[in-house]
Design a binder for this molecule. Structure first.
Ligand SMILES: Cc1ncc(COP(=O)(O)O)c(C=O)c1O
Length: 470
């Protein structure tokens, strides 16, 4: 049966007037003549959210939460409310899940990476599409002698379904079990719910699939949750990482690791610090970690900014995530169509779009390269420069996602190895690497949409792209 909270949360919200929302909350965009299209980088903060936080702070007396005085208790109450609201937002059972506040999604992932008990029988499985903050887990795995495996991508930058084999014998799937053995290996499988490179939404069913063969699952939800509902009752990931500025723009410096309590208890914290211990004895070199989330929140929590989280979640809920998603993804698909139709006078395509060209299981992020009239890639930095000159904020490069980039740019592995090795030996520079990889894109342009976006932003970006047509 659905809980009351769940029914309320799922009640449909009437679609807001996005033009009015832009005027009311993001009017500074039009005052500045700024076409902001980097919502996967960061959402923009609504004016009222900052004003409400400033007003709350000006009325409150909030102290360090590691005490029992009234100012401290007021901060602890704000943190407790924020934890509860995050769990509600993710439709998570509070008896099953805990919320550890961190500095950002990266720090949340780092807690799992540093504490996971990797070893010869506890491998790490990643997807080629992953942010570097997830790729980096492999260094902890490597040090512990664990094997590391990557699931590849197909031509649309989706997970290659031919390798998502559930056979117990598969070498390339995450069911890395010994041939013929019924041993259930407790490895870690980490993947993004949505790609920050291509906008692809990877199947959430992988969470259950991986768990069914004995894996804990770390779901990087940083790019998904700003406009797609994630229910941890339906998709019971063991660990979920997110950053709040990606969801509602303010505050920065707060993220969360939302974790199953039993999965959290399995992690082996490599150290202790202020805030995470019940006691420490210097004489006896003993300590006892706090249980649950408090054992993972090093130092003093960012209590003033954490106090702004409930209002940010209210903002999203008041618009309705589904409405934001429909609005932003609609604009992204229009961009895909326009980029796909754009031509040079000789008929040569003006762009190469990376990832899906249709609306199936994709979010509001579009990565592409501009091509010249011979079909050669125009360096992404030139497009970025033209966008900058036109006051259009897009992102250029690889977006901290080397696996999706390698697949999108169709890098031959041996050639990449040769060029990376020589660029590393001579002192790394992207220019040196790009020269060596002549003929290949070494970065793309990424446009991403959010609730404040409109057709004018889209046209401004298209004007930049079309300025390369000959
Ligand atoms: C999918 C994904 N995961 C993780 C991160 C890291 O987030 P943060 O830099 O907030 O720690 C990002 C940032 O862009 C991201 O897009």
């Amino acid at each position: 049966m659905l809980s009351v909270a769940r029914v309320i949360e799922r009640a449909p919200v009437v679609a807001p007037d996005f033009a009015q929302l832009r005027q009311r909350e993001f009017g500074r965009l039009d005052v500045e003549g700024h076409a902001y299209l980097d919502y996967t980088g960061s959402a923009l903060y609504p004016r009222s959210l900052v004003a409400a936080h400033a007003s709350m702070l000006s009325r409150s007396i909030l102290g360090n939460p590691h005490a029992e005085n009234p100012a401290s208790l007021a901060s602890s109450a704000c943190i407790a409310e924020a934890r509860e609201r995050v769990l509600q937002f993710l439709d998570a059972d509070p008896t099953e899940y805990a919320v550890c506040f961190t500095a950002n999604a990266t720090a949340a992932i780092g807690l799992v990476a540093a504490g996971y008990r990797f070893g010869a029988d506890t491998p790490l499985v990643l997807t080629a599409d992953n942010h570097n903050s997830v790729n980096g887990i492999r260094e902890y795995a490597r040090r512990a002698g664990a094997s590391v495996h990557y699931l590849p991508l197909d031509h649309e930058l989706r997970l290659d379904s031919s390798t998502l084999c559930h056979s117990e014998r598969s070498q390339s799937s995450y069911s890395e079990q010994r041939e013929g053995s019924a041993l259930r290996v407790r490895g870690l499988f980490a993947y993004p719910a949505q790609s920050n490179f291509s906008g692809v939404k990877h199947p959430l069913s992988l969470v259950g699939d991986a768990q069914s063969v004995g894996y804990r699952v770390l779901l990087d939800a940083a790019a998904l949750v700003p406009m797609t509902r994630l229910s941890l009752r339906d998709v019971p990931a063991d660990f979920v990482a997110l950053s709040f500025y990606k969801m509602f723009g303010y505050p920065t410096g707060v993220g969360a690791l939302v974790a199953k309590r039993d999965a959290l208890a399995e992690l082996d914290r490599p150290w202790f610090s202020g805030g995470t211990v019940e006691f420490v004895s210097v004489q006896n070199r003993m300590h006892a970690l706090r249980s649950g989330e408090e054992g993972f929140e090093d130092g003093t929590a960012n209590f003033l900014d954490i106090a702004a989280i409930p209002a940010g979640l209210d903002h999203l809920e008041s618009l309705g995530l589904e409405n934001i998603e429909r609005h932003a993804t609609g604009l992204a698909l229009e961009l895909v169509d326009m980029l796909g139709a754009a031509r040079h006078r000789n008929g040569q395509a003006l762009t190469d779009i990376h990832g899906p060209k249709d609306g199936l299981s994709r979010g509001a992020t579009v990565a592409f390269n501009v091509l010249d009239d011979t079909g050669a890639v125009v360096p992404y930095a030139l497009v970025e420069q033209a966008a900058r000159d036109a006051r259009v904020s897009v992102r250029g490069g690889c977006f901290c996602n080397p696996g999706a980039s390698e697949a999108a740019f169709r890098f031959p592995a041996a050639e990449t190895m040769r060029c990376l090795t020589s660029a590393k030996a001579e002192g790394w520079s992207l220019e040196r690497f790009g020269e060596c990889m002549r003929g290949y894109a070494v970065g793309a342009v990424r446009a991403s949409f959010g609730a404040p976006s409109n057709a004018w932003d889209l046209r401004r970006l298209m004007a930049v792209v079309e300025s390369f047509a000959t």
